[in-house]
Design a protein around this ligand. Structure first.
Ligand code: BEZ
Length: 213
């Protein structure tokens, strides 16, 4: 069964490049990024894992733990990581699951038989500290993902979990945010002392509240 936003994600145990892990224990109180790769030693996947490794600190700043999945065995993963580090000028520190029995791929519905009977598509799952699914993305094997977009959505989700605001199209950290139409103008002015800009009664902006307040 496919997972939907708001569902509690299923736990699993898996062999990884840093040893056996229990997914829930691995996540602890952090957010999680679980993402799949069609196969080891493939060009697009190599660039994706390299880019993720170059952004490891950005994910860590946001308290997001990274876990990659590929259906190849562990010895292949270790050799491939050497290539990723060499060619992408990075240092992969996050674990990669050796999902050779496809247990995780099936549990998270990462194999889409009409795309490929054996390889996973490029799935992304972002999970919050309550183990709830907050974002899914599904890309075809031929298209590498945009990892800045994943960071951007994490920023939005972390902000909007703390404050009663939404973020507009293409929003980035520091830009104005949207006040929900359910809030009266009077309450909006009290709640957002930095100002309320009214474009239409249902479309109102305020400067971004401090992320940690
Ligand atoms: C790649 O990573 O380059 C790739 C993997 C599977 C199918 C197509 C491309």
């Amino acid at each position: 069964m496919s997972l939907r936003l708001g569902d509690t994600v299923p736990n699993f145990k898996a062999k990884t490049t840093i040893g056996e892990i229990d997914f829930y224990d691995f996540l602890g109180d952090s957010w999680g990024l679980l993402f799949s790769h069609p196969a080891d030693y493939t060009p697009v996947c190599t660039t994706e894992l390299g880019k993720t490794a170059l952004l490891q600190e950005e994910f860590a700043k946001r308290n997001v733990k990274i876990l990659a999945v590929s259906v190849d065995p562990l010895d292949k993963h270790h050799g491939w990581i050497n290539d990723i580090n060499e060619t992408q000028n990075c240092n992969v520190q996050f674990p990669i699951i050796a999902d050779d029995d496809r247990k995780v791929a099936e549990l998270y519905d990462m194999i889409h038989p009409n795309a490929s009977a054996t390889a996973t598509v490029r799935s992304v799952f972002v999970i919050d500290p309550d183990k709830k699914l907050r974002l899914t993305l599904t890309y075809p094997a031929s298209t590498g993902r945009n990892f800045y977009e994943i960071l951007r959505v994490v920023d939005s989700m972390q902000l909007t979990s703390k404050h009663t605001v939404s973020t507009p199209a293409d929003w980035n950290q520091g830009e104005d945010v949207i006040i929900p139409p359910s809030l009266s103008q009077e309450d909006a002015e009290k709640k957002f002392p930095k100002g309320v800009r009214v474009v239409k009664p249902y479309l109102r902006y305020t400067p971004q509240p401090e992320p940690n307040k």
